[in-house]
Ligand binder design. Structure first.
Ligand code: F6P
Length: 307
């Protein structure tokens, strides 16, 4: 069945069709319980892979390589730029986000960003992204994405094997919810330790204390953000391996920031919007703060006050 969605951008419909059909394949594998064990490999970024990571990467790659508008595919699971055609668009993917959480039944998903006129790593920059979002592999197969400045939700009907894609109206909701893994807090930068304490202060601060939620699956935490609002954080820490945080700029931070910006939210690495951070390499990590504009402004102000 053709995808019941028409992009406002030229020649992008085939790319959406490829992404959505790959997501259907991965979801079907996940529901069978396929690939839910550690593989003997690790990916480009040095993370241990589960077998479904590899299945997901191949499903996206196979679908995208048939579209003549795809110039390059970049994946968390592959080194470098993979040339497909002379097309105008390049697609960056985290083919299976939250895979460790998938092992215990927490919804995982996939993140995608479509970039225009990209030829080198530095072109996979927030100013060149034209579409970005994610799939959730949970109770249902869902998609949340921004096509240019318009935001949509897709839901897959498993009885009829058809998608329904509807606009999300009304902008980013608001909620005092903080999604963060507090594990490294003893080695966070001082300004963040103080800001974190401030956000959670249950005494008589001016703002309501934030409630905490952490799925350890970015797509699940961002789904809650899209539906309810809040602040998502994966900071840097002064410990080996976390000097620039954990999440990847090109295929995690930029697509999510693009979607939330289209809803009226914002993002920062602490100093500047994640959509303005220069890209030096495809797999580069970045500290990530994404959420409601006022919460991002408070993050940047807290950091500025310390410097
Ligand atoms: O990118 C991988 C990822 O699984 C994200 O989906 C998630 O937000 C994060 O890592 C969880 O990290 P941690 O296991 O350190 O909480």
């Amino acid at each position: 069945m053709p995808l019941p969605f028409k992009s406002q951008l030229p020649n992008l419909d085939g790319i959406y069709a490829a992404l959505f059909s790959a997501a259907e394949i991965i979801y079907a594998e996940l529901k069978k319980g396929a690939g839910l064990k550690f593989a003997t490999s690790s990916n480009e970024s040095g993370d241990d892979q589960i077998e479904l990571d590899v299945i997901a990467d191949e499903a996206f790659f196979d679908a995208l390589r048939r579209d003549g508008n795809v110039r390059y595919v970049v994946s968390e699971e592959r080194p470098g730029l993979n040339r497909i055609s002379d097309g105008r668009y390049s697609v960056a993917l985290d083919p299976l986000d939250g895979s460790k959480s998938a092992l215990v039944g927490i919804p995982s998903g996939a993140i995608f960003g479509v970039f225009e006129n990209a030829d080198v790593a530095g072109d996979f920059h927030g100013r060149n992204i034209v579409s970005g979002g994610f799939f959730v592999f949970g109770m249902n197969l869902e998609a949340y994405f921004a096509d240019g400045d318009k935001v949509y939700k897709g839901i897959f009907n498993q009885d009829t094997s058809t998608w329904k894609v509807l606009p999300i109206e009304g902008g980013l909701p608001s909620a005092d919810v903080l999604a963060i893994n507090g594990q490294n807090q003893m080695v966070w930068d001082t300004w963040l330790q103080e800001h974190y304490a401030d956000l959670l202060d249950t005494r008589n601060g001016t703002a309501r204390p934030h409630n905490m939620r952490w799925y350890a699956s970015m797509v699940s935490d961002m789904k809650r953000m899209v539906l309810q609002g809040g602040l998502f954080v994966y900071p840097r820490a002064n410990t080996r391996g976390y000097e620039e945080g954990k999440l990847r700029l090109v295929y995690e931070a930029i697509p999510m920031s693009f979607l939330i910006a289209a809803m009226g939210g914002a993002s920062t690495d602490g100093d500047q919007s994640l959509l303005d951070v220069p890209v030096a390499s495809l797999h580069q990590k970045t500290p990530v703060f994404i959420g409601e504009k006022s919460k991002i402004e408070r993050v940047e102000a807290a950091k500025r006050k310390h410097s």
